[in-house]
Ligand binder design. Structure first.
Ligand SMILES: C[S@@+](CC[C@H](N)C(=O)[O-])C[C@H]1O[C@@H](n2cnc3c(N)ncnc32)[C@H](O)[C@@H]1O
Length: 273
């Protein structure tokens, strides 16, 4: 399948999955390779034949949806964002609080929730020794959560992590770096589809990065924001990807002063979905 064929196929298929082509432009080669492999499994050699298959067999859309999920993540992704969380946002929320609840929605293999747990333990816990700190990581893909539970990563995933943190929190096993048990305790991992289920508690900080506001279509992004807002405490922080924008209307969020990609949640929004 040529790149042109694959682009035409994705531009047809993605909207039918509630996804937007613009989010896939840069990562399309990875998705096209997976689709080509799936076509070979089905004995199909042209994108047009695969499209016919999808039109005839609604169950194939589920398989295609899985092929379109992008699992890329890494520790301390977008350094400035974690720097701001550690220097400004978490201390501001921690002052006067007894515990902080954080949620990483679309947590891939655990890199994001574990980064938050490390940030707390290695940078902030000494200043707030009595404060409880928990992180929930959710993802629609149960296989990624299995990897998150194993908590072993290639060196590339850890490249942005401060070297002292890597030395303290990880032990090397062959070519992998595995998070020591003591650093996993604050992190809970649950399989959840952001558009179908929600955690049963409220949060002080929600990270929704490189998922809804990149890959979902306008309606999906709006619903995702509404659902996230329903689980954010007033005054809490929403963190999005550095290349993302909140979908309109986002009246209940205002930029966290001086922090890129971080918003403060103001009055409670109503939820209808
Ligand atoms: C590109 S990764 C982002 C990981 C992390 N948030 C980051 O920025 O490094 C997107 C993740 O969202 C997950 N995902 C996709 N659709 C989802 C949905 N409807 N509900 C929950 N997670 C979803 C994917 O499985 C993938 O692990």
């Amino acid at each position: 399948m040529t790149d042109t064929d694959c682009v035409a196929f994705l531009q047809w298929a993605l909207p039918r999955l509630g996804l937007r082509w613009a989010g896939y432009r840069k990562v399309r080669r990875r998705v096209c390779k997976r689709i080509a492999r799936r076509m070979r499994e089905l004995g199909l050699c042209e994108a047009g034949r695969y499209r016919e298959r999808l039109e005839a067999d609604p169950s194939e859309w589920r398989a295609l949806g899985t092929l379109c999920a992008i699992p890329i993540s890494r520790f301390y992704r977008d350094r400035e964002v974690f720097d701001a969380l550690g220097a400004e946002v978490l201390p501001a929320l921690a002052r006067g609080a007894q515990h902080l609840e954080c949620w990483s929605a679309g947590c891939a293999s655990g890199e994001e929730p574990y980064t938050l747990a490390l940030l707390w333990r290695l940078q902030l816990a000494p200043r707030f020794p009595d404060l409880g700190f928990r992180v929930l990581g959710t993802d629609v893909d149960a296989r990624l959560l299995q990897r998150a539970r194993a908590a072993c990563y290639g060196a590339g995933s850890l490249a942005a992590l401060p070297a002292a943190w890597r030395a303290q929190a990880f032990e090397q096993r062959g070519r992998l770096w595995c998070l020591r048990e003591g650093f996993r305790a604050r992190v809970e991992l649950l399989p959840q589809d952001l558009l179908a289920e929600l955690p049963d508690r409220e949060f002080d900080v929600v990270l929704s990065r490189n998922l809804a506001f990149t890959y979902f279509d306008a309606e999906g992004a709006r619903r995702a924001l509404e659902r996230i807002a329903s689980r954010l405490r007033p005054g809490g922080a929403l963190v999005i990807g550095v290349h993302e924008r909140l979908p309109p209307p986002a009246a209940d969020f205002e930029p966290w002063p001086g922090c890129r990609a971080i918003y403060r949640c103001n009055p409670r929004v109503s939820t209808s979905s």
